[in-house]
Ligand binder design. Structure first.
Ligand code: FNR
Length: 370
């Protein structure tokens, strides 16, 4: 049987030679000071240019959008130059790359916030979880997340503007497009899920209202750089960082339907049990029905991620559940993952101890096939 995983597909106007994408992966190794992509980051992405599409690690759109130590940004001139070197290297190696746009919302710490302010959120609710901060000696340590401040409507408008500028910056840096990170318990997800959004204004309450910020961000970014350059990532039913929705079977298909109006390059969904870095719970039995509803509602290209191997990815495409499959941890350990999947070669095993922060060890030293 001919492989459908290794058949071409076009997203927006960008032809991809196959369907093995690299999932967005935070590695916390941006150059300091300034969270600027450096030569080691360039080398890491260059090594992985055989992906159908690289989606970069989540990249903060503003200082306010940062929640973890040493993650890169896309809001200063130095960061744009740093990302330009990454995009150039990936293109020179024959690849394609979208930059993932990130605002963490409440998953942050005053040490990252302008003026040491409290992190921002839809509602001032406590956050179950910790974030990775830098202590006085410059070491990374886990820190408690304080109860955030609820955003004003002006504060929301300023964030939509920051997304627009960040998308423009990404294109100026030579990216092929951007992926709007609307999952994993970060800002846009915090608005979507009823558990974290207790607002009573136009951004809370009904499904329409809870989806409003995402749709405003999509509208701003697509009008700025063109819808064919924009993807959206959602993690329906993910529980990471205190997410939860009263009626996910209504909320997420609604969003998939509303995103049709935008004519996006793709919609990217993550299997709910795999949203965090570990498989921490069984998938909700409602997920399969929700995923199929979203597939039916969304008329564009659908990407799936979360726990795939070559065989299950091939099946997902053959069964019509997905058009593209993104691989996370396998791409950390296998810079030449598409070739290995295509030839059924053995895979290097990723080492979780070197996922976040550190040096070239566990980052650029995983071997490719000879
Ligand atoms: C992630 N994931 C992730 N997701 C995202 O949207 N933005 C990000 O920056 C990150 N960062 C990240 C770092 C690390 C070290 C891991 C392991 C995961 C989630 C990732 O994209 C993917 O959805 C999961 O890893 C599940 O896919 P795999 O690893 O089973 O193929």
């Amino acid at each position: 049987m001919t492989s459908q995983l290794f058949s071409p597909i076009t997203i927006g106007q960008l032809p991809l030679p196959h369907r093995v994408a690299m999932a967005p992966l935070t590695r916390s190794r941006a150059g300091q000071p300034g969270n600027v992509p450096n030569a080691m980051n360039v080398e890491y992405y260059r090594q992985r240019a055989s992906a159908a599409l690289i989606i970069t690690e989540a990249t903060q759109i503003s200082q306010q959008g940062q929640g973890y130590a040493w993650t890169p940004g896309i809001y200063t001139a130095e960061q744009v130059e740093g990302w330009r070197a990454v995009a150039n290297a990936v293109h020179a190696a024959g690849g394609r790359i979208f930059l993932q746009l990130w605002h963490v919302g409440r998953v942050s710490h005053p040490s990252f916030q302008p003026g040491g302010a409290l992190p921002v959120a839809p509602s001032a609710l406590p956050v179950p979880g910790k974030t990775f901060i830098v202590d006085a000696d410059g070491n990374g340590v886990w820190g408690d997340i304080p109860t955030p401040q609820a955003l004003t409507v002006e504060g929301i408008a300023a964030i939509v503007h920051d997304y627009r500028v960040a998308a423009r910056n990404a294109m100026d840096a030579g990216m092929d497009g951007v992926e709007i990170h609307a999952g994993n318990g970060y800002l846009l997800d915090q608005f979507i899920n009823s558990e974290s959004n207790h607002r009573t204004d136009a951004y809370g309450g009904s499904i329409e209202n809870r989806a409003r910020l995402l749709l405003e961000v999509v509208a701003a970014v697509t009008s700025e750089i063109g819808a064919e350059h924009v993807g959206v990532r959602l993690t329906p039913m993910g529980r990471f960082m205190g997410m939860g929705d009263a009626a996910p079977e209504a909320t997420f298909p609604h969003i998939a339907r509303r995103l049709n109006d935008a004519s996006l390059a793709y919609l990217h969904l993550v299997e709910p049990a795999m949203v965090g870095t570990v498989k921490d719970e069984a998938a909700d039995p409602r997920w399969d029905a929700i995923m199929r509803r979203m597939r039916a509602e969304f008329r564009g290209v659908l990407m799936l991620a979360g726990g795939y191997d070559g065989a299950s990815a091939e099946r997902a495409i053959a069964d019509g559940r997905a058009d593209i499959v993104a691989f996370g941890r396998p791409f950390i350990a296998n810079p030449d993952l598409p070739r290995r999947l295509k030839t059924s070669a053995a895979l290097n095993i990723p080492n979780p101890e070197t996922f976040f922060g550190g040096t070239a060890a566990g980052y650029t030293d995983y071997p490719a096939l000879a």
